[in-house]
Design a protein around this ligand. Sequence first.
Ligand code: GTP
Length: 184
Amino acid sequence: MTHLMKIVLCGDGGVGKTALRERYLGRGFQSKYMMTIGADFALKEATIDGKAIKFQIWDLAGQQRFGAVRSVYYLGCLGALLLFDVTRQESFENLQLWIKEIFNHNGKGVIPLVVLGNKVDLRDSGAHPDSITDEIALRYCEKLTEQTKNHGFSVKYLQTSAKSGLNISESFDVLGKVYFEYLE
Ligand code: GTP
């Protein structure tokens, strides 16, 4: 039996949702920015702890002005990858707004989330001394877990780079694992 899991990729415009998805689909990395309008959709199968899962991946437009279009895509989704850009403080602060939007519109309320600090290749280059550290991000996820643990899951954090490929398939695997835990 294959579990079908609809998931959404969320986060501010330009944080790297499309790049992450393309990398996960094995399509490499594009340094040119092409804004997503509305949403984009892809399917990918994976095996997690011996269980077959098919991810239906919705990559939502991050720009604020697409809010009304975006809300319809959340319905029926069972998990979310929540991205911020480690070099952009504001994208980290806005995670709270994204979580609210996801929980308000998916039809079930609190659903599994994994937080991804993307573009760590830029942080590691040393050019962005004000970057969000893993320590700050982990502390934030511990706080979120206080709200989600009654719902049967904790919020995990991974640092990613769609450019280098760091932790890309791991991000989806972790979300799938959290979802299986949540089902039990
Ligand atoms: P919206 O469609 O507006 O919501 O943006 P998005 O979140 O889908 O961002 P997108 O994937 O289009 O990436 C925005 C820009 O950041 C592009 O120029 C990407 O090449 C770049 N980018 C994405 N991920 C990374 C990364 O891990 N490292 C670096 N250095 N650049 C990245």
